[in-house]
Design a protein around this ligand. Structure first.
Ligand code: XMP
Length: 333
């Protein structure tokens, strides 16, 4: 427990020089810890696991085996980007697993949000464990644990109750027990980003908005279907593209589309056109415990509405969610 406490003397990492010193220190520590053994990492492409991957590739190269599980609930081009950055860019020892069908088959007909979360979390472990068992000689598991996760687990030990089960992955099965490598566990998120940039990761990856573990699964509301999930992914890509182009991506904490399982009547090419609504949610917060609504210029909203309704098959309306947290949580599910 003691080495899970951030020493009071530890300086906040705010500059490239401090990040470089931290990286050098961790490289030495990781090498001393793992020797010539292999290390496994679940690489989601989120900030934390990406920074751990880049750091470990620097420290131990191909001894790190990264596994990227595509659960079919990623945003548009996200898995491709992980492959591009790590396999092509950093020459990583990366295993890509397309488990889309496994997840979508299990989720078919399931509409309860917490049940969906549990299925996604459990299946993630199953897929990852299958990959881990197929490998030989792995002794260590690297994790992108950061200091807020440790603070959170201290709180949970005190018995505080959560509104949603945000913890995406439980422990691995009994037969797969590894020693942990957690090089960024004493860092706050802003420090992780400074380290990520010092490691040369792309800006967009390091400053990526938070994305929930269950991914688009909790934004394709109710029982997930392939066609509605596809419409959601395309509409979300348009929203992100427009936020990027208009300087909002850096300003807004989290922004996304949710698509409920409701159809309304519309008209297209002079014919009846039934479709789902795409709901825009764009919030600002510091700790995700409460959130306010970002004001999006009306002209931009019109433009996004036009693009989504004209470019995305199955969407015939665009709605704007103006609800702060509380009373609405950030995600709809
Ligand atoms: P809520 O919806 O509870 O979300 O206001 C607060 C923040 O947590 C994210 N979120 C999740 N993250 N697994 C995650 O890793 C989850 O199951 C999950 N549910 C919500 C949400 O995107 C927001 O940033």
């Amino acid at each position: 427990m003691e080495n899970n406490k951030r020493p009071e003397t530890m300086e906040r990492i705010t500059t490239k020089a401090l990040a470089d010193a931290f990286i050098e220190d961790q490289i030495a520590k990781v090498r001393a810890q793992v020797g010539d053994k292999k290390v496994l990492l679940a690489l989601s492409g989120g900030v934390d696991s990406s920074v751990v991957a880049a750091l470990l590739i620097k420290a131990i190269g191909k001894q790190l085996i990264s596994v990227h599980v595509n659960h079919g609930l990623m945003r548009k081009d996200e898995s491709e980007n992980v492959i591009k950055v790590f396999k092509e860019g950093l020459n990583a020892n990366l295993i890509y697993v397309d488990a889309t069908d496994r997840f979508l088959n299990l989720l078919a007909g399931v509409s309860d949000p917490e049940t969906k979360r549990k299925i996604i979390g459990a299946e993630f472990i199953n897929v990852f464990a299958d990959e881990a068992r197929a490998l030989e000689g792995v002794s260590f598991l690297a994790q992108g644990t950061i200091y807020p996760d440790i603070i959170e687990s201290f709180k949970q030990a005190e018995g505080k109750k959560a509104v949603k089960s945000h913890h995406n992955v439980g422990g691995l099965p009994e037969d797969l027990q590894f020693e942990l490598v957690e090089p960024i566990k004493l860092l706050y998120k802003d420090e992780v980003r400074v380290v990520g940039e010092a490691l040369g990761l792309p800006h967009g990856m390091v400053y990526r908005q938070p994305f929930p573990g269950p991914g688009l699964g909790v934004r394709c509301l109710g029982a997930i279907t392939k066609d509605r999930l596809h419409a959601l992914r395309e509409a979300d890509a348009i929203l992100r593209e427009e936020f990027d182009k208009n300087g909002l991506a850096e300003k807004v904490w989290q922004y996304f589309i949710a698509v409920p399982d409701i159809k309304s009547v519309g008209v297209k090419n002079e014919s009846r056109y039934e479709g789902w609504p795409a709901i825009i949610r764009a919030v600002n917060t510091t700790d995700a415990m409460s959130a306010t609504i970002e004001e999006i210029p009306y002209a931009l909203l019109h433009h996004i509405t036009h693009r989504i309704t004209h470019e995305v098959e199955g969407i015939n309306r665009v709605l704007l969610d103006l609800t702060p947290k509380p009373i609405g949580t950030i995600e709809w599910e």
